[in-house]
Design a protein around this ligand. Sequence first.
Ligand SMILES: [Zn+2]
Length: 417
Amino acid sequence: MEIACNVTRQAPIAAELVNLATPRWRQGRPVRPREPKQLASAFAELVGVHTGAAVRAVPDAGERLGALAGGLRHALLAEDAGGRAAGVNALIERYGSRPYLTEDVGQPFHLHFHGSGETVIESLGGEFATAIALIIDGYGADRFGQCQAERCEAVYVDLTRNGSRRYCSTQCTARAKSAAYRSKTPKTTGATAPAATKRWLEATWPFIAEHLPPAPASVLEIGCGRFGGFVPALQLAGYQALGVDPEAPQRGPYQRGTFEEYEPPTPVHAIVACTSLHHVTDLHDVLDHVESALQPGGVFIVVEWAHERFDEATATWCFDRLANDSETGWLLRHRELWNASGHDWSSYIAAWSVHERMHAGHEITRALRSRFQTRFLGEGPYFFSDLDNVSETDEQDAIDTGQIQATGIRYVGHKPR
Ligand SMILES: [Zn+2]
């Protein structure tokens, strides 16, 4: 069945109203419920000048929109098809949807289903309820859902041909893919994880330790991962340590969640971020948060990766040094995906970094240098812990002799006093 074009236009607006009004989490961040006035003006922005002005003219628009959003959410997310149909029928009845044909200037007749209540909001309620009813009729009752990404309660309407949608937005699609990708890397999981992780942490710890203020200073690690990152070593060295990560260990000095949503009770003396910044959604948001979480003069220690320097010679050098029996790991996955892609390395890796929405190394260092007083900035090895029988020194030698690029970044900066 061909669905009236007005329906495909209304349904996403209905979903967006639900998402403005109801989620407590959206795209990985906690959301404060909007006051009715804020809800009305956010929604008015969404619906164009004419309808927006009509919405703003309704004195209690926010309350009315809140009620409509609640009803829509209830209908869209009801457990089964019967529940969804019943929820939509109740909305059609409540808002008094009434079909009639309209001819806009220069357009053929099209069908509207304005509701028949007091204000433009009831009118829209009728449109939204009928739009959803027609989607259920034309596509089925499973074309709605709550975003499947972590920490997101937004709803979506799926108008794709094959009904494949699972996320509310491209941001959440990227977050979910990046989480799945990270969970496949040997740094965070899998049978081989502890050995590679241990090698990485042991090799990187001296750099961290060298730049920390003396113990017992307070140190926060951003993105400590499911094994706790440097937190155990920090504690052993006498620091007051805390690791923040959505997958942080359940027990011990850890906080589960993203760094952006974590508020330290008092500013800390030092923050460590080890290969976590290139994944974040909004680098500047995170750095704002680092600045506010640090004491004046506090130190920010960063270990990062410059994906833009991961060239073909470097990749091949790594691929030749993967363990023979390795079945998982992010480098192996690159080797397989690249072989399957049929592209040359540079277009393969460029497409991958865009797809993963990764921040480039030069972008990260530029942002760091513009905010902090830089004490150290260096390049060096990055891959050795994921390779078979390759030490940090081996990788440094390959860098020094020009066989591969230095893709590791190390940075130390102070928050201005
Ligand atoms: Zn989402």
